[in-house]
Design a protein. Structure first.
Length: 170
């Protein structure tokens, strides 16, 4: 499914909004973070949630990759700034290295729960070499959330993606 909102925030430009940008940026110096939010009810659907993956299209390569943390507060794409961005959870998952001009999937199952009506993430990196991802404004290469479910009656797996267009291949 496609995100409801995505934006990056900058410690240098604490009150500036980047919600309309075509790229999502993360960096450790200066500090840049990316926020992505999906409207998703994980209780809806057939079968138990098996895996939830965050798919991002990386414009740049990175040996360090990035960390994904959950954010519990909703935020608005055209209003979020570094100064008002929601706090992140302590728990995180790592992406591993990234190739440029390629889709990359991160298993975020351990960060989410069935009772959430929306899922929000913040992406950070410890690398001084920044990373850029395509935003939802690019249409084709924007972030995606893929929910895989175990079918209750069989051992098959159903993958749910919405939003039309081509399904990215990680």
């Amino acid at each position: 499914m496609r995100p409801k909102a995505d934006a990056h925030v900058s410690a240098v430009r604490r009150t500036q909004n980047f919600g309309r940008a075509h790229e999502l940026k993360i960096d450790s110096s200066p500090t840049l973070r990316t926020y992505v939010m999906f409207d998703v009810d994980l209780k809806r659907g057939h079968g138990e949630v098996k895996q939830v993956s965050l798919l991002l299209y990386s414009e740049t390569r990175s040996h360090a990759g990035y960390k994904v943390r959950l954010v519990s507060e909703r935020w608005r794409e055209r209003k979020i700034t570094f100064a008002n961005a929601p706090a992140a959870s302590r728990d995180f998952v790592r992406s591993g290295p990234l190739r440029a001009k390629a889709w990359h999937a991160v298993d975020v199952t351990s960060l989410v729960s069935d009772d959430q009506k929306y899922v929000g993430f913040v992406l950070t990196t410890v690398s001084a070499k920044g990373v850029m991802f395509a935003s939802r404004e690019t249409k084709m290469h924007g972030p995606r959330l893929v929910v895989e479910r175990e079918d209750d009656t069989t051992t098959s797996t159903a993958t749910t993606t919405t939003g039309g267009g081509e399904t990215p291949q990680p």
